[in-house]
Design a protein around this ligand. Structure first.
Ligand code: 3HC
Length: 310
């Protein structure tokens, strides 16, 4: 149609359509997507550890079965996202290596410890809740495979959030000790969950370009605000207190005023100085080494059967 590849790309973005793997795209668009999708996938995989920590200690068979299903879902989310990243021309080995060598990141939130059973509730309600607020807009992002991966992930995420909320509701309405355990957990997970949305917009290195390319549809602070506004009524129903004395409804703004998370702490945790960074990476590296024989067996099987009797 006489347009350059660049003009066609820009027109697709402007028309809110999808860029597909075989379309021409600027190198920086490709690299930016690989960065974000890979780190999103790494987050899902590392995110299995904090919750996996409580599978053997779940208080009932029902809670154990639900937690098992959730952790298994996270592995699946990692798989969808690695597969989406691979459509951009990077291999699974390169992606896994980028995580194991620390060249790429995973979400800060998973560097915090899960100290009590109530943390399974707090992670479901707050961390998966934040993930939903962040991931629903990505269903409308300009890169087709990423947007489509998000649709199923968001559906599963709402089950994750619901089961966490129900754990907290049960504890909050249980004995005084259970109520206290739920409140203590919220006290620890509230600010790190706010930090999940990233640095303030003014310090966000990728937001401007990411929003211009319609990868990021709302800014870090916009989504953080949306999350706070969503949590306030939910905390009331739970009968738990959000640990922020400055939290109040601001009629003019039509939003809640709230205390920001400690962004210095976020950057320290992102740089590797969080409570559990070393433990999470050591566990992941050990799992990768221990799993080498499974990969070798799968490759040997594939070589022998090269798809003939699939
Ligand atoms: N943890 C770790 N790194 C973070 C971070 C966080 N919470 N927030 C920001 N960063 C990093 C960014 O990756 C970037 O570093 P990089 O250039 O090395 O990648 C730097 O800090 C600057 O931040 P920006 O705001 O400029 O970066 P982005 O535009 O990429 O915004 C983001 C950050 C909002 C996390 C965005 O990448 C995003 O939306 N990612 C997809 C969603 C995602 O990864 N969620 C993580 C949680 S997954 C999860 O919750 C699983 C659920 O099942 C529990």
């Amino acid at each position: 149609d006489g347009r350059t590849a660049e003009e066609t790309f820009e027109a697709v973005i402007a028309a809110d359509q999808k860029v597909e793997p075989r379309d021409w795209m600027p190198d920086a668009y490709r690299k930016g997507l690989i960065r974000q999708i890979a780190q999103h996938a790494h987050s899902e995989i590392i995110g299995m550890q904090p919750e996996g920590n409580w599978i053997t200690r779940a208080p009932s068979l029902k809670r154990k079965a639900i937690l098992l299903a959730k952790v298994q879902d996270e592995a699946g989310h990692g798989l969808y996202l690695y597969a989406a990243a691979e459509t951009l021309g990077i291999s699974r080995d390169e992606l896994v290596d980028a995580l194991l060598t620390g060249r790429q990141k995973y979400s800060s939130i998973f560097n915090y410890p899960t100290l009590t059973w109530a943390d399974m509730g707090a992670i479901g309600w707050l961390v998966d809740g934040a993930a939903i607020v962040n991931q629903v807009p990505i269903c409308r992002c300009s890169y087709g495979p990423y947007a489509r991966a998000m649709i199923r992930i968001c559906k599963e995420e709402s089950f994750h959030q619901r089961q966490g909320y129900e754990i907290l509701y049960t504890l909050s309405n249980g004995t005084a000790a259970q109520h206290e355990m739920a409140q203590e957990s919220i006290n620890r997970w509230w600010y790190p969950s706010l930090a999940m949305f990233g640095p303030p917009d003014a310090d966000s290195t990728h937001s401007a370009q990411s929003m211009a390319w319609k990868i990021k549809r709302h800014s870090n602070d916009e989504l953080r605000q949306r999350f706070v506004d969503m949590c306030v009524p939910q905390a009331e129903v739970l009968g738990l207190t959000i640990p922020d004395p400055e939290l109040r409804w601001n009629e003019e703004r039509g939003h809640h005023d709230y205390t920001s998370p400690d962004f210095e702490e976020l950057m320290r945790v992102v740089k590797g100085d969080g409570p559990c960074n070393a433990e999470r990476m050591a566990h992941r590296r050990r799992a990768h080494t221990d799993g080498a024989w499974v990969r070798a067996a799968a490759e040997a099987y594939a070589a022998k059967h090269d798809g003939s009797d699939r």
